[in-house]
Design a protein around this ligand. Structure first.
Ligand code: AMP
Length: 428
């Protein structure tokens, strides 16, 4: 098959890496790709991800059999509908089904209808009414912009003042534009977060390896929120029993509800969960794999990924087992100085050759570009240094050993990825 991956981050590198191993792959393309991806996939130039018509023309010209979108943006804007109408298969949900991520109000209302456990909430399009609700409920409270905000639209407010400011920024200053036409205001939950991702044909689903992201910039979950500074898999917080509960009480009913609404979901579905006293609550749904969770999850899937996607299209997921490796995986994100604020690009990355042959280590590129055989930084999150091993302890040793060998000016990374898991496991 000829496959086109959309996106250019670490998640897309991991997707390309997994697809490349498939016996069924004939040729791999990625738009816009990155330095690391360019080593083993063709990167067509001059095609804008936002321009669906050029994508369609490219697919036709190159005989693309399957498009795999990595990020949410094209999906929420309807890339699956557009390309499918032109006869190209897309491994991802329709525009309507992607509203699960594209509109928090839609997701919350649907969860309520379907009886999926989530924080109590109300939706407002009038800032006055939103303020009155906040005043009535009191702090702490969570204010969320309805639409896509590149992960920045959530304000967890400890005081009423913070909540009023959040409403003002989102609804009046419109810092996220149209995405702030509505807000969801919800109860603050406490507990530990985990990522629960499934692959689904809309009716049947298979649970991918569980994982935990590290959203804050600094060790011990301090500092500002980021796109994600690391991940590990599995997340032992999700016990086999809890996994069943989540499948039954979260995934099955939301898929059923979407089907009932006439918008069956297809692709990867990500539930961001808060586990509170062993009970799961949905914080958000995403319509794609997580980044950096994908970098820890995909290397632990032993099935041929492309085959798994084909079986999903063919309605055969129901007869397919997901084979999960017994190894642990850890992904440590190396970031540019200044990230998640402003940062410089174009710093030479050295040491990648030294880690190439380290056992169990694979480096996924995010913000990199390749020029004259050298790699340079080209984004905030630069590399996802991933390692696999029989124990979490060893996977961490391998990942951090590799991080020490890789250098670029201003590189920084968290030193405590995966630490949270140790309280659930005896022997690392
Ligand atoms: P979301 O994009 O909705 O997942 O929110 C981003 C982050 O905000 C989550 O990963 C949580 O850390 C935090 N968050 C969101 N909703 C809540 C909530 N109801 N209670 C506590 N924290 C929350």
């Amino acid at each position: 098959m000829r496959v086109l991956v959309l996106g250019g981050g670490g998640r897309e590198h991991a997707l390309c890496w997994a697809l490349k191993k498939s016996k069924k792959l004939r040729k791999l393309y990625c738009i816009p790709g990155n330095g690391g991806i360019s080593d083993f996939a063709e990167i067509p130039q001059g095609i804008d991800l936002k321009d669906f018509e050029s994508l369609a023309q490219f697919c036709k010209a190159e005989g693309i059999d399957l498009v795999v979108p990595g990020p949410e943006e094209p999906l929420v804007r309807g890339v699956a509908d557009y390309l499918q109408a032109k006869g190209v298969k897309v491994f991802g949900p329709s525009k309507k089904a992607s509203q699960l991520e594209g509109s928090k109000a839609f997701a919350k209302e649907l969860m309520k209808k379907a009886g999926v456990p989530t924080a109590d909430f109300a939706v407002f399009d009038d800032p006055e009414k939103a303020r009155a609700y906040v005043e009535k409920k009191g702090a702490p409270i969570v204010v969320k912009a309805d639409g896509l905000c590149a992960g920045k639209g959530v304000f967890v407010c400890e005081t009423l003042d913070e909540a009023y400011q959040a409403i003002e920024k989102i609804m009046e200053e419109k810092i996220f534009g149209e995405a702030g036409n509505q807000v969801v205001i919800e109860e603050k939950l406490t507990g530990e977060e985990a990522s629960f991702i499934v692959i689904t044909d809309g009716e049947n689903f298979r649970v991918l390896p569980t994982s935990q992201d590290h959203k804050r910039l600094l060790d011990d979950d301090k500092g500002p929120n980021t796109g994600g500074m690391g991940a590990y898999s599995p997340a032992p917080l999700i016990t086999p029993k809890l996994r069943e509960v989540i499948s039954e009480k979260v995934v099955a009913p939301i898929l059923k509800a979407l089907q009932k609404e006439g918008h069956p979901y297809f692709g990867f579905l990500y539930a961001g969960l808060m586990i509170s006293q062993n009970t799961p609550y949905v914080l958000e749904f995403n319509c794609r794999l997580g980044d950096p969770e994908a970098q820890a999850i995909l290397p632990r899937i032993e099935n041929d990924l492309l085959d798994l996607m084909i079986l999903t299209f063919e309605g055969k997921l129901v007869d397919t087992n997901l084979e999960e490796s017994k190894n642990w995986a850890v992904c440590v994100v190396m970031a540019s100085q200044g990230y998640p604020g402003s940062y410089e690009k174009g710093k030479l990355i050295t040491g990648l050759d030294k880690v190439k042959d380290l056992p169990g280590v694979v480096v996924f590129h995010a913000g990199t570009k390749k020029e004259d055989g050298n790699f340079y930084t080209n984004g905030g999150r630069v590399l996802g240094v991933t390692a696999l091993a029989e124990t979490l302890d060893l996977a961490l040793k391998r990942a951090y050993q590799a991080c020490e060998l890789i250098q670029f000016e201003g590189a920084h990374y968290r030193r405590d990825i995966g630490k949270k898991a140790f309280k659930y496991i005896k022997n690392g």
